[in-house]
Ligand binder design. Structure first.
Ligand SMILES: Nc1nc2c(c(=O)[nH]1)N[C@H]1C(S)=C(S)[C@@H](COP(=O)(O)OP(=O)(O)OC[C@H]3O[C@@H](n4cnc5c(=O)[nH]c(N)nc54)[C@H](O)[C@@H]3O)O[C@H]1N2
Ligand SMILES: Nc1nc2c(c(=O)[nH]1)N[C@H]1C(S)=C(S)[C@@H](COP(=O)(O)OP(=O)(O)OC[C@H]3O[C@@H](n4cnc5c(=O)[nH]c(N)nc54)[C@H](O)[C@@H]3O)O[C@H]1N2
Ligand code: SF4
Ligand SMILES: [Mo]
Length: 751
């Protein structure tokens, strides 16, 4: 009982290292949790959510048997052989009749688990499935497209050392995304030599501790950021030395922004021109600036344009490649799936731009429901809950109903699972080896393969095992493929590498199935409980071939196969995580494509013209702007289903300004009807000084169904995407406008 077991939190991308004590009547409850000081990235940090992770591990929606939908819509439990056999047969039939391209894959990982997607790549290969997506394609793809064009590499901000920190549509106090967020925020706030700038219509927890809060009009960020670039250009506050050495296109930027009316744009952004000028002055004078844009702008009007303008602000002021600015991390596995915007690919029905290999989430339903020969006919959803998390749930449900086959792989009976033909239950993230590829730190970058702290209950399998069985049932991998590898694995790392490189890599059929081959051949030789880590052998090998020097500085040196074997061993042996890369600041600019930033993206410079169009007429029917999906103290997408886990009041409420509440004659605790063009809901109001008049905000991840002890399901809070529309999306990246939903509010008579 008193033993502390190392693992990590799975509720946001920081994945803070934790130590857990198990207990309770069956010994399977996570009874005590604390930050793990040995974790190289979080170093003992954890927020309030981690302490309530038992609500994830133990809940009434847990699945422990494969389920098959009956014609009447109810589910029956079936055994694994039947489930795998029928699914393989049905998906193969779709492939043979319509082509593997008609089988769509969604998900692959959430905030805490990315190994499922790695193994699923083998199943997709066996099926010939080409199109896929996940949550990144409703938040980060616009930014990815811009970054690919400007730099060719991904960047992050060094908030621990920056003089000026800027957060645009980002509330790290609650949403984190930077390591040890609250420690870092407090350090910046209390240091008079450092400045925190927050751009947010709402006085968020982060805005409240900032030195400068620009309370932009909801959706007004493009004007604000364009005005900031214009001040830099017109007052000649550019870092010419940096730009001459490291950038192309300065003249075109100076010309385009030289004529922008700063006063006019500030007014349209709803921010005082003097405040904007003061902010730009702080940025231009600073020794270092680190900046982070997130959902407040990425799920909003002009989002791709904003991502571009945002990068111009810090590139024109030379804030790349030195401490306290922006760095270029190397990741063990590239989550974006390739080079981003350079290869032009589009989705088969709508013709939407595919960025980072991902079809925009907002077109998926349309691609299924179209009367088009290339429509998607079957879908595998894994570790995601798109029937709840994607725009326009009603239309998404309709699309799921139009599929020939829907397979969901999850731990719980989710909103998406309830629509499936087959639901395959998997071990939780505390019952198997699991990891994420959110490895963005610098100069030391860490990776954490978590060891299981519990055994899985009978009836569930890990995703690795599920995909291996599917690939085998499809006949794509046979014992003849596996046997020589398995034998080599027993002879040690060099022998295994040698056989893998001669038999698998040159063979196009086998190379795409490598994750399953590694799992079948290597897992038997791995320490107990770490079988799912097998696929990381390949990741370590690839990383060693690309980033030898970074790895050598972390202590893994020698020729690539030797260094990779040493890293793989360290990943298996260190239960609190391992530093796999140590970088140098001067490597950042070396990693930029062609070693020079491209300041001009012609399509987006042209798109700037939209900012000069007259504002649209006031929408009389929907006078409010609803931000549908705010991060709060106790929200975590849909990872935790039991509503009891939120032990704080009003976490489910609609936040509204005192001014609007007075107009409507309501108070905190009253109920209102909230309507959009797509739907309507009754919700409790929290009157909050945080909100600007006209702006209201709903939490994300609410509105989940959860059964009581008798099995009767009830819903707590509003499922935000019953109110959002799929066509409201960015013209470049297809990302949704969830933070800017026109809405109407009517007071209801008190109950
Ligand atoms: N507690 C908690 N933390 C989480 C998560 C969670 O569910 N709960 N989810 C994780 C995930 S998946 C993600 S992607 C991140 C997201 O992290 P954030 O992007 O920080 O989260 P949000 O609260 O959705 O949005 C941030 C801010 O955008 C503001 N905003 C709304 N409209 C506008 C606007 O027009 N302009 C500007 N500039 N700002 C606007 C909102 O007021 C809000 O403060 O959080 C991660 N962390
Ligand atoms: N309106 C609106 N919609 C939004 C947002 C918003 O702000 N507003 N935010 C969006 C954002 S940024 C994101 S990231 C998405 C998140 O939405 P999704 O990507 O759909 O992810 P989650 O809701 O976290 O769902 C994770 C699923 O994984 C399951 N799971 C947990 N552990 C395991 C495991 O070990 N194996 C498997 N196979 N499954 C497991 C959980 O039960 C859950 O069903 O939501 C988006 N939707
Ligand atoms: S939710 Fe909190 S404890 Fe968990 S990973 Fe995120 S910051 Fe860390
Ligand atoms: Mo997200």
């Amino acid at each position: 009982m008193t033993q502390w077991k190392p693992t990590a939190c799975i509720l946001c991308e920081c994945n803070c290292g934790l130590q857990v004590q198990l207990g309770g009547d069956d010994g399977r409850h996570l009874v005590r949790l604390r930050g793990d000081k040995a974790h190289p990235m979080s170093r003992g940090y954890a927020c309030e959510k981690a302490h309530r992770l038992d609500y994830y591990q133990n809940n009434r929606d847990r699945l422990t048997s494969p389920m098959r939908r009956r014609p009447d819509g109810t589910f029956e439990a079936i055994d694994w052989d039947t489930a795998i056999g029928e699914i393989a047969q049905r998906l193969a039939a779709v492939r043979d009749e319509h082509g593997g391209e008609s089988i769509f894959y969604y998900g692959g990982g959430g905030q805490g688990n990315h190994l499922p997607g790695a193994y699923a790549s083998a199943t997709r290969r066996a099926l010939g499935s080409r199109y896929r997506s996940n949550a990144l394609a409703q938040e980060k793809t616009g930014e990815m497209w811009v970054t690919a064009k400007m730099l060719g590499v991904y960047t992050r901000g060094d908030f621990e050392h920056c003089e000026v920190a800027m957060f645009i549509g980002k509330n790290p106090w609650h949403s984190h995304s930077i390591p040890r967020a609250r420690v870092t925020l407090k350090a910046i706030a209390k240091d008079p030599a450092r400045t925190m700038i927050v751009i947010d219509p709402r006085r968020s927890e982060t805005a409240a501790m900032a030195d400068i809060h620009l309370a932009v009009r909801p959706g007004g960020d493009a004007w604000l950021l364009a005005a900031m670039v214009a001040v830099l250009v017109q007052d000649d506050r550019l870092d010419h030395e940096f730009l001459t050495a490291h950038a192309e296109g300065v003249d075109a930027i100076v010309e385009r922004f030289g004529s922008i009316s700063i006063a006019d744009y500030c007014q349209r952004a709803g921010v005082d021109e003097a405040d904007v000028r003061r902010t730009v002055d702080v940025i231009a004078r600073a020794g270092s600036v680190a900046s982070f844009e997130d959902l407040g702008v990425q799920m909003n009007h002009n989002s791709t344009l904003v991502s571009y303008l945002h990068r111009l602000v810090w590139l024109l002021t030379g804030n790349l490649g030195k401490p306290g600015t922006h760095y270029v991390p190397t990741s063990l596995v590239n989550l974006g799936g390739g080079s981003g915007g350079n290869k032009q690919r589009t989705s088969p029905v709508v013709g939407a731009r595919i960025i980072g290999g991902l079809v925009p989430c907002n077109v998926i339903a349309e691609e299924i429901l179209a009367d088009h020969p290339a429509r998607y006919r079957a879908m595998i959803v894994e570790a995601a809950n798109p029937a709840h998390s994607l725009a326009d749930s009603q239309r998404f449900r309709e699309a799921m109903g139009a599929l020939d086959t829907l397979v969901v792989i999850d731990v719980a009976m989710t909103e998406t699972a309830q629509l499936a033909d087959y639901v395959l239950p998997t071990s939780t993230q505390y019952e198997k080896a699991e990891a994420t590829f959110f490895n963005f730190e610098f100069p030391e970058n860490g990776f954490h393969l978590r060891q299981p702290i519990l055994t899985p209950p009978p009836g569930v399998l890990s995703e690795a095992e599920i995909h291996a069985r599917l690939v085998e049932a499809l006949g794509a991998v046979t014992e003849d493929d596996i046997a020589p590898l398995r034998e080599a694995a027993t002879r040690g790392a060099p022998a295994f590498a040698q056989v893998f490189f001669t038999r698998v890599m040159p063979n196009p059929r086998l190379a795409g199935l490598a994750p399953v081959l590694l799992f079948r051949a290597l897992a038997p030789t791995l320490p107990e409980g770490l079988a799912e880590g097998a696929v990381l052998w390949g990741a370590a090998m690839r990383y060693a071939m690309q980033h030898g020097p970074s790895m050598a500085r972390a202590g893994f040196d020698g020729p690539a196969p030797v260094a990779a074997a040493a890293l793989f061993q360290a990943i298996l042996e260190r239960p609190s995580g391992v530093v796999f890369a140590v970088d140098e600041w001067n490597s950042c600019l070396e990693r930029v494509r062609g070693k020079r930033a491209q300041l001009v993206i012609p399509e987006l410079l042209q798109e700037l013209d939209v900012l000069d169009q007259p504002p649209p007429a006031e929408a009389k029917d929907y006078p409010f702007v609803l931000s549908a999906g705010e991060r709060r103290s106790l929200t975590a997408n849909t990872i935790v289903r039991n509503p009891d886990w939120r032990n704080k009041k009003l976490q489910e409420a609609l936040r509204m300004s005192p001014h609007d509440a007075q107009d409507l004659g309501i108070e905190t605790g009253d109920r209102v009807r909230l309507s959009t063009k797509r739907g309507s809901a009754v919700v409790v109001v929290d009157v909050s000084e945080m909100m600007r008049p006209g702006h209201v905000s709903l939490p994300n991840g609410l509105g989940l169904g959860y059964p009581d002890a008798q099995g009767a399901r009830s819903v707590t809070g509003v499922p935000a995407n019953e109110l959002t529309a799929a066509e409201d999306r960015d013209p470049f990246a297809g990302t949704p406008w969830h933070k800017h939903v026109p809405a109407r509010i009517e007071a209801l008579a008190s109950a």
